[in-house]
Design a protein around this ligand. Sequence first.
Ligand code: URA
Length: 409
Amino acid sequence: MNVLEIITRKKNGGSLSYDELKFVFMGYLEKKIPDYQMSALLMAITINGMNMSETLSLTDIFIRSGEVYDYTGKIDYVVDKHSTGGVGDSTTLIVGPLAASLGLHMAKMSGRGLGITGGTIDKLESIPNFNVLPSPEFFYNQVKTLGFAISAQTPNLVPLDKVIYNLRDVTGTTESIPLIASSIMSKKIAAGATNILIDIKVGSGALIKTREDAKTLSKWLIAIGEAYKRNVKTIISDMDTPLSCAVGNALEVAEAINVLHGKRCPLFDASVEIVANLLSMAKGLSLEDATKETIKAIDSGSALKKFYEFVSFQGGELGKLHIAPNVIPVKAKISGTIESVDALGAAKLAGKLGASRMTLDDKIDYSVGILLHVGVGDTVEKDDLLMELFVNGDLPELKNADFSFINIV
Ligand code: URA
């Protein structure tokens, strides 16, 4: 097979066979195809798209590049959720224990954050001694007995996605819908879930910028699920505003605990919606009944109890959770109504404090972040508190920081 011919055909809008896709993509994983040729093909796919048959082929090639987990006949009600990434989105920390407290099983593989979006593994690593890489036997037993375990992605689960994702990240090819669909679904299918809920985030702080694109992605995710006999449902939610008042790793863990204590806020609503959908899919309940059961599991304290058990199973010491001690208040310069709290602006500020990384090798400070005290529609007087910044030491660059992402009119 000829790589140049394959790239050229996609550049001219043609379609590629299973074997041609396998030749280039697996060739890249095996280091037989160089970065520049793989990048050229990814760009041609991003511009000209892929049809469903190509997308199914690519998903299959991704899945077969590593280990595949199968819980059939061993563990019932295996569910999974995925968010396409957002700001202040710590739903996994709530959804996992909440789902487990309702008799579902979630074997969760999570990632680290890159750029503006946070990653669940970073949030968990802010808990001292939390083991993000349990052995496969430990992980399996924890899922079976406790109902919920998390692992950082092992090198053996869809290794092809890892190398391709890293290349997409630096070649302007992250927004291709068929590439996103095969990346997400290959990991969910390989990880063994039978009921999968995907939360597609749309807005300034998200990978997907328009509702139209979100709807297209939804169709592709469901179609791939059908091909593998997985029950897939999607929800589309806004990411113009941070999902919770906390942006920063340890702060987000603390906020997840507040929600598990019953705090009503958008993060509570989002978590309940995800778990109610999973419960309804897995156990055949109506969405209304599933929602009632889900809220009951929070209000009774059983989801919170599961969360504490989950953290201690994986070695974490919540008592030692460290939040940066220097607190800088940011106050309103004028009176008025909060018109917007831009997710991208909040994420960039948290990044400036050290909460996120721009390359996978960057070190992050788990203890820093932002606590927002206002939301869209609130009215404020001049000098009212808008947010608090949690920082370590003096940060001279904060003098020029941009706080205009909270827009008062
Ligand atoms: N999440 C993924 O896992 N892959 C993508 O391509 C985008 C979001």
